[in-house]
Design a protein around this ligand. Structure first.
Ligand code: ADP
Ligand code: 5GP
Length: 213
């Protein structure tokens, strides 16, 4: 059973590491403040610019495993040797926040699969880099990771890109502004889905009938 109302947008962004999810998510947050970013839990160590509670909830493995066993996660997965998960509390927090119209999940394809199984109306977008060469350049350019981490992430990129067919939309992140425009269009188009707006159309018809009486 879905835990969110129909007009609440659940937007998943996935990609191979380094394709630009985080960059695009930050831009989406600025453009759509009514969509809350889902802050995941992770056992990964924070990068220099990352803030606990904003980018992630950074926890140790023991804490994470306990939370998973207690059923505190909507989904979780092991990615690049670390554990990552979306806590059910995050969804509760967004639903309770005034003016919130949806959530953005920056999660991998395993998490996307798990959320889709529980929330069928979820909208999923897979972000593609323009080339493998550029992907590698971006991974290295982030300069916050060791060569070993960069290589590990680049090695599994192919396996991640193979998952593209399970996503509703594919967005190419070559030029950042173009990619952002495409993502924003996905959100606006999804908000115009007939089934989301149908209750409004029906209420207009009810209103018209009532006026005839
Ligand atoms: P992800 O979250 O998918 O791992 P990031 O958003 O951290 O990726 O981006 C990886 C690196 O690529 C960052 O240094 C970011 O500034 C850069 N980047 C993102 N999008 C573009 C783009 N369209 N053109 C050039 N560099 C980009
Ligand atoms: P990073 O370490 O670069 O922040 O993230 C590595 C990968 O983990 C990315 O593909 C990111 O989308 C994914 N990820 C981040 N949070 C979650 C989460 O809560 N669940 C899952 N399944 N993946 C996540």
């Amino acid at each position: 059973m879905s835990v969110v109302p129909d007009d609440f947008l659940l937007l998943i962004l996935s990609s191979p590491s380094g394709a630009g999810k985080t960059t695009l998510t930050r831009k989406l947050e600025a453009r759509f403040p009514e969509l809350l970013f889902s802050v995941s839990h992770t056992t990964r160590k924070p990068r220099a610019n990352e803030v606990d509670g904003r980018d992630y909830y950074f926890v140790d493995r023991e804490t994470f495993v306990k939370k998973a066993a207690a059923g505190d996660f909507l989904e979780w997965a092991e990615v690049h040797g670390n554990l990552y998960g979306t806590s059910t509390n995050e969804v509760a927090r967004a639903k309770a926040a005034s003016g919130c119209r949806g959530m953005i999940f920056d999660i991998d394809y395993q998490g996307a699969r798990q959320i889709r199984a529980r929330e069928p109306q979820v909208v999923s977008v897979f972000i593609l880099p323009p080339s493998m060469e550029e992907l590698e350049r971006r991974l290295r350019g982030r300069a916050s990771e060791t060569e070993e981490v960069v290589q590990r992430r680049f090695r599994v990129a192919e396996q991640e890109i193979e998952q593209y067919a399970f996503f509703d939309y594919l967005v190419l992140n070559d030029n950042l502004e173009d990619a952002f425009a495409h993502l924003a269009s996905v959100i606006l188009a999804e908000r115009s889905r007939r089934w989301r707006i149908a209750p409004l159309a029906e209420s207009l018809l009810r209103d018209k009938k009532a006026r005839l009486k």
